[in-house]
Write a protein that binds this ligand. Structure first.
Ligand SMILES: [Mg+2]
Length: 217
């Protein structure tokens, strides 16, 4: 099971990633990717396909230099795109309402988790799209607070941003559980602080959260 072990004490705060964690959608992912391609093509005066090619190339280069696949935010920054400009484009060009619907299983899981913990969202996505996605899934009311990119404009993985999120929520490392779909982006930084983490590769993996909470009692 992709779970870090060795924790004691009680988990009180669960910090979820959003995209790829609370939902999986090729449609939304593709629209996000296409928005990045079109920004690159406009900024450089090249075709859309060439923009996509440049994005792929930058991703490969970053991966060759630093290891695992970089976040899209990091790749866009590397290509000279300002983060705010990137998120303006996402807000205009990404339409999760075309792809996402209420998810009763996710709703039921979050209802049960809410009885045990406070739930938070920490995402490289922006507030507008995060709220829209949560609303489409029917889970927007379950979170105590959202930490979207606007929280400090430092995309994950970022140790300083993580410290700000932890301080804002409050509590010792053993009171947290981080849940995400990308180990080095969502989970490695909190794990380095001794925080419990759970890697979810598909929505069904989320069911393991209750086991993690039981183990941490
Ligand atoms: Mg994700």
């Amino acid at each position: 099971m992709p779970l870090t072990a060795g924790h004691c004490g009680q988990i009180r705060s669960i910090v979820f990633d959003l995209d790829g964690t609370l939902y999986v959608s090729e449609g939304v992912g593709s629209e996000i990717e296409q928005a990045a391609c079109s920004l690159i093509s406009k900024g450089r005066g090249i075709s859309h396909d060439e923009g996509c090619g440049l994005l792929r190339h930058a991703r490969k280069q970053l991966s060759a230099m630093y290891g695992p696949a970089p976040s899209l935010s990091r790749t866009c920054i590397e290509l000279g795109i300002e983060l705010r400009e990137f998120h303006d484009a996402l807000q205009q060009q990404v339409h999760p309402e075309r792809h996402l619907f209420p998810d009763p299983l996710l709703q039921a899981l979050l209802v049960s988790l809410r009885e045990r913990c406070r739930l938070y969202l920490y995402t490289n996505n922006n507030y507008f799209l995060s709220w829209k996605i949560l609303t489409l899934l029917g889970v927007e009311s379950f979170f105590d607070k959202l930490y979207p990119i606007e929280f400090c404009w430092r995309p994950k993985p970022d140790a300083e941003a993580l410290q700000l999120v932890l301080a804002d929520i409050g509590g010792p490392p053993e009171s947290f559980l981080f849940v995400g779909d990308r180990e080095h982006i969502d989970l490695l930084p909190p794990a380095e602080l001794g925080i419990a983490t759970l890697l979810v590769r598909e929505i069904a993996d989320m069911q393991q959260i209750h086991q993690v909470l039981d183990q941490a009692l």
